[in-house]
Design a protein around this ligand. Sequence first.
Ligand code: AMP
Length: 282
Amino acid sequence: MFVFKKVKNLQKYIQQKKNEGNIIGFTPTMGALHNGHISLLKISQQNADISVCSIFVNPTQFNDKKDLEKYPRPIVADIELLEKNNCDALFLPSVEEVYPNNLQSLDLDFGKLDKVMEGEFREGHFAGVAQVVKRLLDIVLPDKLFMGQKDFQQFTIIQSMIDQLNVPTELVVCPIMREESGLAMSSRNVRLSEKGRKEATLLYKTLGEAKQKMEQSTPKEVEKWAMKELSAPGFKPEYFTIVDGYTLQPIKTFEETDYVVACLAVWLEGVRLIDNDILKKA
Ligand code: AMP
């Protein structure tokens, strides 16, 4: 696996691969890699000729400085894992490389998409995400971009950015990888105690039970029930919202759209966890 720290060197490599007629697949990450990330790489390998991953903990998407400081950075293990899984190239840039002084700022309007859920609780988060993904896409110029359903609102906003700017990249959304217990894999899980990891299965359990309640309840009733479930000792829920999967806006009835998604964020042991489940899709 090639490891590039400089934009120039990565671009030379990618240009050569493109000239040879290869389809380029790209998976951006913030590192502390787990099988969720690797599943994206595997889907890239099935859909592209050359698979590039990046590891960059993007400071502009953290609204909480402590969260940024505490973000795990096991870079040696990450490189080993990518090598073991036959990643072709890793982009591992510094902050200066991603954000040179002369970089143009990105000012996009996502309408209501970034006003709810993560956007409501993490001010400026999606402006930072859009900024870094746009910059990475400008550098890598991939044919295909691989992102996880785990961050439902994130991929929806990136699709909106791609559409608004006519970026010639296809977004491929990949399913959520879970531990056997049902807990969604996340780089933040390493900050949970063993007990916390077990308790955190409550998130998936609540999503599953919410799905069953759809038949006989309104979205509001299910949300209210779920917030109570997620208020178990040690937990602090931020939101449990049932939304239209296209617009990300809360729905009043389960019949008003053919794409229904339940999204949640909770705090446990000082760690912020998110998860979601598609309750209905036509
Ligand atoms: P992150 O390193 O957390 O920024 O995540 C990088 C990419 O991996 C994003 O597109 C995430 O949605 C995706 N991802 C994170 N966790 C999972 C998971 N458990 N299953 C599938 N994809 C994931």
